[in-house]
Design a protein around this ligand. Sequence first.
Ligand SMILES: Cc1cc2nc3c(=O)[nH]c(=O)nc-3n(C[C@H](O)[C@H](O)[C@H](O)COP(=O)(O)O)c2cc1C
Length: 346
Amino acid sequence: MPDWYSPLRRILFNLDPETAHRIALVAIGTLGRLHPLNQYMADAWRGTLPAHPVEAMGLHFPNPLGLAAGLDKDATAVDGLANLGFGFLELGTVTPLPQYGNPRPRMFRLTGAQALINRMGFNSAGLNRFLANLDRHCQQVRIGINIGKNATTPNAQAQRDYITGLRAVYTVADYVTVNISSPNTPGLRDLQERQALNQLLFSLKDEQAKLADCHGRYTPIAIKIAPDLDEEAIAQIADALLVHGVDGVVATNTTTTRPLDPIRYPESSQAGGLSGAPLAVLSQQVIAKLKSYIGNDLPIIGVGGITDAASAQAMLLAGASLIQVYTGLIYQGPRLIREILETLEQ
Ligand SMILES: Cc1cc2nc3c(=O)[nH]c(=O)nc-3n(C[C@H](O)[C@H](O)[C@H](O)COP(=O)(O)O)c2cc1C
């Protein structure tokens, strides 16, 4: 398979990261909408990837490797992304109302470390636009929808935003991820604390039961957690997930820590969440601890620092049933998907 991503990456990496991201997403989305080409790509690339079926959250996945949330926040490139061969796509984070997010610049490359820092702050076209975009996709692919709250919604009313999100996406998502772990919305991570978490999970499970009754289908709910949690916090979260019967857990979001040499990587002083290779060990540790509490009672979707087949395997070994990539894809391109799936087969 020719390495067509390297020259493309050279061009993209000459642009500022958010512009490069937008151009790449528009290109993937456009390719996915050109129907004969779309079919050709699906057959030529996706069709030759090894299958590796997995059952999790009561769903069948063709392979365990998904796209992590944040890359396609507004569901604009679903068919093109599906063609890359992912076993599932997690779209969003989508907020109830449109919001710009933090001022630019808000995404930074730490190239030698295969890492990014971002403080996007849930830039989102909002639920209405998201659903209209999603409605246009044709490819068969499992879809997780990651929901968040608007920045102007105080934590005391966060429940309202999550319930709005859950209701809106319930029938079009294969699973819904509740994001309470972005470091870029002030106070959001406080929703991981015992009392706030219990209240939120209670309302979400109650609403899920009503929606399941009304629509005659059960859409699983997963909670996305931060990597910056101590052992006691992980134990508390695991307990709450089990008590409320949550269907899955996505671990982890980006980290506010900086396990990097600040002299070699001056961009590491930027505020925001760090993703990519330096996050791998931290995410794996959180997953291993989480696994020791929840056992096989609910599946873990492992994400954080997967940049090659070895880090993907390590995430699965730590206890993940499904895995996701974001930053690794920016650095390695779609060949990372093939590399991981071909190694999984052995
Ligand atoms: C630019 C950027 C934007 C992100 N936006 C979101 C988001 O909207 N919602 C979310 O749950 N995670 C978001 N994430 C976190 C990723 O989904 C993932 O949890 C994290 O980057 C770790 O995985 P990675 O090391 O493979 O990138 C974002 C990450 C990046 C780099």
